[in-house]
Design a binder for this molecule. Structure first.
Ligand code: SF4
Ligand code: SF4
Ligand code: SF4
Length: 498
């Protein structure tokens, strides 16, 4: 105990001890340890070096003044994500954690996944806080402020309010968002269904017309940036579909704006995502239609919780609300987008019905479920063997692509999620102080989503979503139409290899 006390004392000797203004106040491993060990004073005032805070990234803020040099961020970035955007630099008292050559995170191959934030025990890494931008929009009477919520947020947000892990708080979250003052609350699950129709059609077209295969999913922006840096030869394999977040923004500022009679310039779209890379994605210049950004601000699950607390809303006591029409309906297929294997399963449900011309009843594709880093399956659909693979964590994606490159594997369709476990464990989800519970927490959040799919949704296949059907009838025509391409598809950029 003496040794542990001394170590803590030494850590504190060079730590910027500003708990009251720290993003990790009340959720900090260092604070907790000091409390446990009864540290009631700091014995040594060590030499301090003042570091400039790296705030250049739209997703991640690095504050080395709070770093305790544990090396966890380096390990996750290198060993799990195969990115190596950060490492120890310098020696002795000057040791720090930084991107190579003292660059900012934006100047290196960081994919903005936020997995380093999840493992950091202190406030040295955090997401870019965009809550003030949203408060300003909500207080601007000239703006029509719309919010969308991603699938995985609803099974994690409750943890911020002391509810059991995996609790579905969809209804309370909607009510809270309405109380915060959003004019419309839409569901990213709607645009996840839309994604399946666009991506499923793209897959079938590529199979029929000899297009580039395997088709690889494009809804995880951390994965996309990883591919843009490291696997230029696979850029044409990526689906051209925008992610559900961006599709929703594009539809809100076109079809919804027209229907509601609102100038799209006056619509402000906020997303609530389990993901820090979504902040980067929304800032990409490709993610705009005719100069109008699809999404204006992205909040993480943690930031939404912060806003609800700031507004002093008693979250646990709220009644359940409902998403607004015309972009609020969703199916079970869309909900499971939030867990690794979910996009694959959702796509298979739709592609199978189209290929067989039947309404199949067996729609739980269990071989693509689970937490194994890489999973593969061959699914016979209407006499055709469709070979699929699922990878989560960009390190696993790299292994999968390397095996394709070496000719050892071939597939028709691959799902990749940048974060281990998928969005349920995204870089923007609540931070666990007890890291030993990580696997259990992933499992419980995943179970929460599968439960919604099975028990709470009237439809479980994306092509059955009534509002999505209407969108095609009234506005887009058909999947992959010219209009759909203009609004819902994108392109990719070769970036420097690390
Ligand atoms: S990292 Fe923890 S101990 Fe350090 S200032 Fe922040 S809350 Fe306090
Ligand atoms: S955000 Fe991801 S890629 Fe960037 S430094 Fe952190 S772990 Fe590495
Ligand atoms: S995880 Fe946090 S405290 Fe540990 S080395 Fe990285 S930045 Fe520093």
């Amino acid at each position: 105990m003496d040794a542990r006390r001394i170590i803590l004392d030494l850590i504190l000797s060079r730590h910027e001890r500003e708990c009251l203004t720290c993003s990790r106040n009340l959720n900090c491993e260092l604070q907790k340890l000091c409390d446990e060990m009864g540290i009631d004073r700091v014995s040594f005032e060590g030499e301090r070096i003042s570091y400039a805070v790296d705030e250049a990234s739209p997703s991640i803020v690095r504050d080395q003044n709070k770093c305790i040099l544990c090396g966890r961020c380096i390990a996750v970035c290198r060993d799990i994500q195969h990115t190596e955007a950060i490492n120890f630099a310098n020696r002795g008292i000057r040791t720090t954690v930084a991107p190579p050559y003292g660059k900012a995170l934006t100047e290196v191959n960081c994919i903005n996944c936020g997995q380093c934030i999840k493992v950091c025990p202190v406030g040295a890494l955090r997401e870019k806080d965009d809550t003030q931008k949203v408060w300003s929009a909500l207080n601007n009477p000239d703006l029509h402020v719309v919010v969308q919520t991603a699938p995985a947020v609803r099974v994690a947000l409750g943890e911020e309010f002391g509810m059991p892990v995996g609790t579905n708080v969809e209804g309370k979250m909607i009510t809270a968002l309405k109380r915060l003052g959003f004019d419309k609350v839409f569901d990213t699950d709607f645009s996840a269904d839309l994604t399946i129709l666009e991506e499923g059609t793209e897959l079938l077209n590529r199979i029929k017309n000899g297009g580039k295969l395997p088709l690889i999913t494009s809804c995880s922006p951390g994965w996309i940036k990883f591919c843009e840096h490291n696997y230029h030869e696979f850029l044409d394999n990526l689906s051209t579909c925008k992610s559900p977040q961006q599709m929703m923004g594009a539809v809100v500022k076109s079809h919804y704006a027209e229907k509601a009679g609102i100038d799209p310039e006056n619509i402000f779209v906020v997303s609530v995502m389990p993901c820090t890379a979504k902040k980067f994605e929304a800032s990409r210049e490709e993610m705009a239609v005719e100069g109008l950004k699809d999404v204006d601000v992205v909040l993480t699950t943690r930031e939404l919780a912060k806003m609800i607390k700031q507004a002093r809303i008693n979250f646990a006591a709220l009644d359940d609300g409902e998403y607004d029409s015309i972009l609020g309906d969703s199916t079970g297929a869309a909900v499971i987008f939030g867990v690794t294997g979910g996009v694959m399963e959702a796509a298979l449900r739709t592609v199978a019905d189209i290929l067989t011309g039947e309404e199949l009843r067996e729609i739980d594709y269990t071989p693509v479920r689970g937490m194994e880093g890489i999973r593969e399956a061959t699914v016979n659909i209407g006499g055709m063997d469709v070979k699929v693979a699922v990878a989560h964590g960009t390190g696993n994606a790299a292994k999968l692509l390397d095996s394709i490159k070496s000719g050892k594997s071939d597939y028709h369709f691959i799902e990749v999620m940048a974060c281990p476990g998928g969005c349920i464990n995204g870089g923007g989800q609540p931070i666990l102080i007890d890291k030993e519970r990580t696997e259990e927490v992933k499992k419980l959040r995943a179970q929460g989503l599968y439960k919604i799919d099975k028990e709470s949704r009237k439809f479980r296949k994306s092509h059955e979503n009534p509002e999505v059907k209407k969108l095609y009838e009234e506005y887009l025509g058909e999947p992959n139409s010219h209009k759909a391409h203009n609004l819902l598809h994108t392109r990719y950029t070769e970036r420097d290899r690390a």
